[in-house]
Each structure stands twice: as structure tokens, then as C-alpha cells.
Design a protein around this ligand. Structure first.
Ligand code: PHE
Length: 343
């Protein structure tokens, strides 16, 4: 019977072609060619209708056998091809599970915040608490209660950001916090530092920004002297910079302190010889200070006949520049990770 021979050939050819198929695409094409509707096998099934009654069961059985043989072989080959693909990719990728993981980049504190924390720690050891005060202030707190009456030319020392609301401004320094602290604590003794952002409407240069931090300090109580001020601030500088750092006080003027002084530390670049950073003086200014003016004590609720006090205000950005020899204050706000990652 020709058709049985033909089925033998279909089976033999099919299995041979399958052996040559090496990937899933080839197997899909093979399925269409050998088991699809236009395949020789399907033609054999179709041809059965022309066979005699006697031939039909025999051919039908054989055709089904061939179909199952081809399908079974395809199934096996698929498994083998998939396994081979997996093995090839494992071998090619060299997955080494014993390697250490990739470290995630860690964030860190901004260099100015690091300086602030050191300042807090030093003053905490000397008994000063951190006192938080508002950034939006009234004209009275920022100026009048600090002994700078309306229209007084001393207001020109601070270029001010005003708001739409009459008398509401951004604080130009942390000194208004002195009044808030005094009014809250009076008649107790006070040892506080007041850190925070201040704002000045002025040109931005390598040495000055429109917004920056200050740390104010305030001590109020009986018998506080200028000696206490000098001792506290000199000790602070030694703890912050190094135990042998040289400091000096220069007479100055602030409306809210009397007498007033600015404190310099020796220039770290030239160690006092004079260079471009210290403009040839050998000294760098880090803060303003003085004995709290009697008028300010009175605005705070205290009797200047009974208590005295000292106050100071320093710029942590400037101090951070000195500590790390940073030459441009604008780096602090640029948010460039190449800069920030160095600290
Ligand atoms: N508030 C002053 C400034 O911003 C600094 C200062 C504070 C001076 C306290 C004396 C006492 O320049």
C-alpha cells in the first residue's frame, strides 16, 4: 500500500528535519511544515476518505502513530532546546553569587550643618541651650527692640527684605531672637544659642550670600562681665579650631551692644603672615559681640541695674569656609554633589 510507505517517509523525514532544528524559531517553523494544515501528514489524513473500508483502519492507525511520534519528538526537542538556551546564558553571564553587593550611595549632612552641630555641642558643654526663633519677623523685633529706632541710619547696616504686610520682614540677623528669649525667660538667668537662617537683600559675591545661617548667643544674669564674653568665645574658638589658635578682639559698634567687639581668628592659610584670603592682615573675622545694651535688656523685661549680659552672632558658613579652606560661599547653595561629597 503506497500510502503506508508514504507515511513511513513522512515520519522519517520529519524526525530528520527535527534533529536539525536548533532553536525555538526553527521548531515553530518545523511544526507548521510537519504538523500544520498543509503538511504531508494532514494530506494523508485527508486522503483517507478515498480509501476502501478495509484499508481505512490500518492507514488511520498508522497515521495516528506517525502524528504522535512527531508530536512527542517535538515536545522532547523543545525541552532540550530550552535547557540548552538557559545553560548557554548562565555560562555566558558568569553569575558569581559570592561577589559583594553593590553599595547604595549614602547621603550625608551638608557641611554647614556639620559645623552647626559642632557649634551646638561646644556650647552645650558650656551650659547653653538651643533656642529656636522665627525667620519672619516684625520690624520692631528686628530693629526697634534692638535699640535701632525707626528711620535711624543704623538700619542701613542691614539691607532688608520687606513683605507686602507693613512692618513684616525677613529677619536680617538672629538678634531679634534675643528679645523673644528674654521675654520668655524673664526674670530667669539665660544661656542660649539661637541658630537659623537670616536674609539680606544684597549682592551675592564669593564672600556674601542673600541667605545664610547665623548662630546668636545670649547670656543674661547677675554680674556677667566682658571677661565672661572673652573667656567664653576664646574657649569656643579653641575647641572649634584647635587648642592653640590665636584670637583677638577688635573694638566695633552695634546698636544693641555696648561695648561691642568683633572677634578674629588667625588666618589658617598664612598662619598670620598675611595673604590674599585675609587681605594681608593675618586675621579673619568670625563674629560680632558685645555686652547687651541696657535698652535691649529693658525691652526684654530685665532691669539693667540688676542684671547684665553678653551677646554674639557668628556666621557658620564663614566658619565652614575657614575649617575646610573653601574660597567661594556660593558653593553651599549650588547643590553640586561633587562639592558636597567631599565633606
Ligand atoms: N547681629 C549682628 C550682625 O548680624 C551680630 C551681633 C550679634 C553683634 C550679637 C553683636 C551681638 O551683624
Amino acid at each position: 500500500m503506497d500510502i503506508l510507505k508514504e507515511l513511513d517517509v513522512i515520519e522519517k523525514d520529519g524526525l530528520a528535519a527535527l534533529a536539525a532544528a536548533e532553536d525555538e524559531d526553527a521548531l515553530a517553523a518545523w511544526r507548521t511544515a510537519h504538523l500544520g494544515r498543509k503538511s504531508g501528514l494532514m494530506a494523508a489524513f485527508d486522503g483517507m476518505k478515498d480509501l476502501s473500508k478495509e484499508e481505512r483502519p490500518q492507514v488511520g492507525r498508522r497515521a495516528n502513530e506517525v502524528k504522535q511520534a512527531l508530536e512527542g519528538a517535538l515536545e522532547k526537542k523543545l525541552v532540550a532546546v530550552r535547557q540548552a538556551t538557559l545553560e548557554a546564558s548562565l555560562a555566558g553571564e558568569h553569575l558569581d553569587v559570592s561577589l559583594p553587593g553593590r553599595a547604595l550611595p549614602l547621603g550625608r549632612l551638608h557641611p554647614v550643618n556639620q559645623t552647626l552641630r559642632r557649634i551646638y555641642a561646644i556650647f552645650a558643654e558650656m551650659g547653653f541651650q538651643v533656642y529656636r526663633s522665627r525667620e519672619v519677623e516684625s520690624d520692631d523685633y528686628n530693629f526697634t527692640f534692638l535699640n535701632i529706632p525707626a528711620h535711624h541710619p543704623a538700619r542701613d547696616m542691614w539691607d532688608t527684605f520687606h513683605t507686602d504686610r507693613e512692618g513684616v520682614i525677613l529677619r536680617t540677623h538672629t538678634s531679634p531672637g534675643q528679645i523673644h528669649a528674654m521675654r520668655e525667660y524673664c526674670p530667669e538667668n539665660i544661656r542660649v544659642i539661637l541658630p537659623g537662617m537670616v536674609y539680606r537683600y544684597e549682592q551675592v559675591t564669593t564672600r556674601s550670600e542673600m541667605q545664610f545661617n547665623q548662630v546668636e548667643g545670649l547670656a543674661v544674669g547677675p554680674n556677667i562681665t566682658f571677661g565672661d564674653l572673652k573667656g567664653t568665645l576664646t574657649d569656643f574658638a579653641r575647641r572649634l579650631f584647635n587648642p592653640d589658635v590665636r584670637t583677638r578682639f577688635r573694638a566695633s559698634h552695634f546698636p544693641f551692644t555696648e561695648p561691642s567687639a568683633e572677634m578674629d581668628v588667625e588666618c589658617f592659610v598664612c598662619m598670620g603672615d598675611g595673604c590674599s584670603v585675609c587681605k594681608g592682615t593675618g586675621w579673619l573675622e568670625i563674629l560680632g559681640s558685645g555686652m547687651v545694651h541696657p535698652t535691649v535688656l529693658r525691652y526684654g523685661g530685665y532691669d539693667p541695674e540688676k542684671v547684665s549680659g553678653f551677646a554674639f552672632g557668628m556666621g557658620p558658613e564663614r566658619i565652614t569656609m575657614l575649617l575646610h579652606r573653601i574660597t567661594d560661599i556660593r558653593h553651599f547653595w549650588r547643590n553640586d554633589v561633587r562639592f558636597l561629597e567631599q565633606f
